[in-house]
Design a protein around this ligand. Sequence first.
Ligand code: SAM
Length: 218
Amino acid sequence: MSEMEAYSHERKRMVDKQMVRRGIRDERVLEAMLAIPRHEFVPPEQVHQAYVDAPLPIGNSQTISQPYIVALMTELLYLKGDETVLEIGTGSGYQAAILAHLAKKVYSIERIPELAERAQSLLHSLQLENIEVVVGDGSCGLPEHAPYQAIIVTASAPEVPKPLEDQLSDGGRLVVPVGSRVGQVLELWRREGQKLVCEKLAPVAFVPLIGEHAWSHE
Ligand code: SAM
């Protein structure tokens, strides 16, 4: 059985119960969630939990996000297939894999080198070649490849990091959890020329974004 076929029943159940029933409608997003083997992105001791309706620990005090939140944030980006996407917070690489399935090119930044290396080698082994994982402070964005049609921040910020606003293309969409260290609101920002329009969506709880334009280490 190939990696993509393994756990396919669990993935189908996850998509039906956790996504379709909660209102995820974008067929391409649902198809990506069915295709990407989430169990490959969790530590061996978590494999039996890979498709449950919850975030899971991945080591280094970090988490792989709840599947529904991955689907929701991805749907909000309206990816059609020709976009260059920036992700902040590679973590396990799961969200990056979903994005790579739906867009032309994905740059994903992770501040913890061990996580970045593990994610890049897993993504390579799954033959997802349109993702580049970069070690660094994602709160500064990645100006060398800007502008991005979509930016997704998978860690929580006290406010939208200014460099990310600047690196969003006209018509581009930015999804980011904004709030305190313990609880946030998922925000969708859209650039319309010089103007940025914000929509506040759902309460969420992410690990903190730590960096120059986010939370400090302390
Ligand atoms: N998207 C990930 C996945 O699919 O597994 C989950 C991300 S996890 C909730 C948040 C990640 O953001 C952690 O791996 C953390 O190390 C990373 N992070 C925190 N601050 C960062 C920063 N300034 N730049 C890049 N990554 C950062």
